[in-house]
Design a protein. Sequence first.
Length: 130
Amino acid sequence: MIKNRKGKKNRVLFLDVEVLTVLHRTAREQNRSEEEILTDWVASGVDHSFKNKAAETQWDSLTRREREVLALVCLGSRNYEIAETLGIGDQTVKTHLQNIFRKFGLRSKRELRQLLQDWDFESWWNSRQI
């Protein structure tokens, strides 16, 4: 049972056997309570969810061309490869990247790739080429 700190009713969580096994093992290995571990997991999931929602909002603010540049960056393309693929100049790629970084509040391709590492840009790119 999970205790509620604000005086509301307690809730019972039913966990998958595998999750419960990992929870027990992690608590034992870290010498922490299962409740502490579970609280950290939930907080991490909520944080990840908020970041994903923010990233989706930022994605929606991009132009079609900025989305293409971003996808190619996340697929590992270098600036000159992006320029060749899209038929634009190197400086235009840099300008698009500056706009993308500004809209996402980031400073580098590495940060961009890290933020969007769970996104499936290969499928997105392939669907755009039809």
